[in-house]
Ligand binder design. Structure first.
Ligand SMILES: C[S@@+](CC[C@H](N)C(=O)[O-])C[C@H]1O[C@@H](n2cnc3c(N)ncnc32)[C@H](O)[C@@H]1O
Length: 226
């Protein structure tokens, strides 16, 4: 698929299917395992502000709230207004008034402007933790989105990426299924965006699940590196 039509396909998909995303995303049988590993691996503290890039319907919000509490803040950024409608409903349903939602394209947004928006909404301009779950592999080019996550987090922030690759070992038999799931979701299974954490962060922690299909990397932004 050409870049433009692939982009349009993904955009339209997350518009039309937003209300059904949680049901269709295979969270319980497959993808929740990676989410749990990532959130366990992050050194989250009560009161932290967490940036969730490509937050979708907010499936990370519950486990994050359990760790940062209501004194913490969750900033969800997503390009899709419809996914953010679902995220807002989730926050309202649970009475989480510490959630800030911002509609922006993570690859083209201007970090300084988003930082200002975060401050105006009652948060800090920079977050102590940044994560992207199953989202960077949909963003083209994902390195720009990673750069913006870097800009929007504090020095020595905890940064985490959870994304997908082809399974290995015996689980390689499930590769056609993994490929189909990624194609359906508009993700590039070859993107491997966790490479940025390995390259740029210190104190690297790695985990995987589902035969290596789900890859988690967490690290710390080195002090003094903007
Ligand atoms: C597969 S969903 C993952 C959602 C959520 N992070 C999760 O773990 O369930 C990918 C999300 O990335 C968003 N997205 C894709 N490209 C984006 C971009 N360039 N900027 C911001 N969000 C984007 C989509 O709208 C969608 O909500």
């Amino acid at each position: 698929m050409q870049k433009d039509s692939a982009e349009r396909y993904t955009r339209e998909k997350y518009t039309a299917f937003a209300p059904f995303y949680d049901l269709l995303s295979a969270e319980h049988p497959v993808y929740g395992a990676g989410r749990r590993r990532l959130i366990e691996s992050l050194a989250l503290r009560e009161g932290d502000q967490v940036l969730d890039l490509g937050c979708g319907t907010g499936l990370n919000f519950g486990p994050l709230q359990n760790r940062v509490g209501l004194r913490g803040v969750i900033v969800g950024i997503d390009r899709s207004a419809q996914m953010l409608v679902q995220a807002r409903k989730r926050a309202q349903r649970h009475g989480w008034d510490n959630v800030i939602l911002i509609q922006a394209d993570a690859t083209t947004m201007v970090a300084a402007e988003v930082s200002e928006e975060m401050t105006q909404a009652g948060g800090s301009g920079l977050s102590r933790v940044g994560l992207a779950t199953y989202s960077l592999s949909l963003m083209d080019p994902w390195v720009r989105a990673w750069g913006n996550m870097w800009q929007l987090t504090e020095p020595e922030a905890e940064l985490g990426v959870l994304d997908m690759q082809l399974p290995s070992g015996v689980s390689a038999l499930l590769s056609p299924l993994a490929r189909a799931a990624c194609r359906l979701g508009g993700a590039d299974i070859e993107a491997h965006p966790w490479a940025a954490v390995e390259r740029d962060c210190a104190e690297l922690r790695s985990a995987s699940a589902r035969g290596g299909h789900l890859q988690v990397r967490v690290g710390v932004k080195p002090a003094g590196r903007r």
